[in-house]
Design a protein around this ligand. Structure first.
Ligand SMILES: C[S@@+](CC[C@H](N)C(=O)[O-])C[C@H]1O[C@@H](n2cnc3c(N)ncnc32)[C@H](O)[C@@H]1O
Length: 323
């Protein structure tokens, strides 16, 4: 036990009192620490009903979780995830105090409704499930063209988003420059529109101190302090650099934004915040993160990076840490 305490970073006394109780009553952070110290997924072995992402999201981190978990600091106070997307790492860690953010407003409505209005959200999704067809999808999609969207309540907007994520082509969420969704109807024969993980995600969000924001990532980092932990999972640097990427200044996430993110990471690290980032394993990433404050870990992820079948397969990614 002493050895396990040392390897997991949990104090001996805490570990001794934990082992008297079933694994599913332990704090998630402790389940994760013991799992990595033992080299065995005790969460899966105990068949704990864990919350998992309720949407498909481009760049979702489900496949990279085992590698990401290896690099999380043993102890931290508040967890920050400023580009939360589907929140794979947040839900895997279930920190007691968290600040999450995404500048996509629909995603924000979804996270908020799952936290605060689960019952109504589930009812609305069940209605979408019953009515689902190509015509119905296209009608719901057109709400952002004919102005109906502004009359939707926040929870109705969340339900529209989740419904379209489950039925649209490849689970994509893509809007044009006017903010109008243009994803065609998908080809799923029997899509599951009410995500089974919703109650578990809702329980986690509502029983812990989780604050949800819809801002630019920089605007939520002011409150980060010593011993906090931030995981930045920004839009990745493209594998083939184009002039559009290098000339981006507003709106998208171009070179300027990647440099600003790197500078913020350095600033946070010097304030004693533990910073972890992921990005594509491309020469520019190495160049941007050459400061000796950063450690670059090369990993492979098996996931869909775009809607074309040819875009799938093992792609190189890096996990960068400042600790
Ligand atoms: C790679 S995805 C994150 C994926 C997430 N880790 C997951 O597991 O699903 C990047 C996210 O950053 C968001 N985003 C892009 N630019 C942003 C900005 N300036 N501030 C905050 N969020 C932004 C996008 O909406 C997208 O959800």
């Amino acid at each position: 036990m002493k050895d396990l305490a040392k390897k997991s970073g949990i104090t001996y006394t805490t570990l001794m009192s934990m082992v008297q109780k079933p694994v599913d009553t332990w704090k998630t952070q402790n389940q994760v620490k013991v799992s990595s110290a033992l080299g065995e997924d005790i969460i899966a072995s105990a068949k704990i009903q864990a919350p998992t992402p309720f949407i498909k999201w481009v760049g979702g981190k489900r496949q990279l979780l085992p590698q990401l978990k290896k690099y999380i600091p043993n102890n931290f106070e508040t967890y920050f995830e400023p580009f939360v997307g589907g929140g794979a790492l947040l839900l895997a860690l279930q920190p007691e105090r968290a600040v999450i953010n995404d500048f996509n407003p629909d995603l924000y409505f979804a996270w908020s409704a799952v936290k605060e209005d689960l019952h109504h959200l589930t009812e609305l999704l069940a209605v979408h499930q019953n009515k689902n067809s190509k015509e119905y999808y296209l009608d719901i999609r057109s709400m952002d063209r004919d102005g109906r969207i502004v009359r939707l309540s926040d929870t109705e907007r969340a339900a529209r988003f989740i419904y379209m994520n489950k039925t649209g082509f490849n689970g994509l969420w893509r809007v044009n420059s006017k903010g109008q969704n243009n994803v065609p109807f998908g080809t799923y024969t029997n899509p599951q529109i009410v995500p089974p993980s919703l109650p578990y995600v809702s329980k986690y969000l509502s029983r812990n101190d989780v604050q949800i924001f819809n801002l630019d990532y920089q605007d939520i980092m002011d409150s980060a302090k010593q011993n906090d932990f931030v995981y930045f999972d920004p839009p990745y640097i493209p594998v083939n650099l184009t002039s559009t990427f290098t000339s981006y200044t507003a709106g998208g996430f171009g070179l300027v934004q990647q440099e600003e993110l790197r500078d913020l990471a350095l600033e946070l690290a010097s304030d004693g915040v533990s910073v972890m980032l992921s990005n594509a394993d491309v020469p520019l990433t190495k160049e941007l993160y050459q400061d000796k404050a950063f450690k670059i870990h090369h990993v492979k992820a098996n996931r869909a990076i775009n809607s074309k079948a040819t875009g799938r397969g093992k792609i190189g990614e890096v996990i960068i840490t400042t600790y």
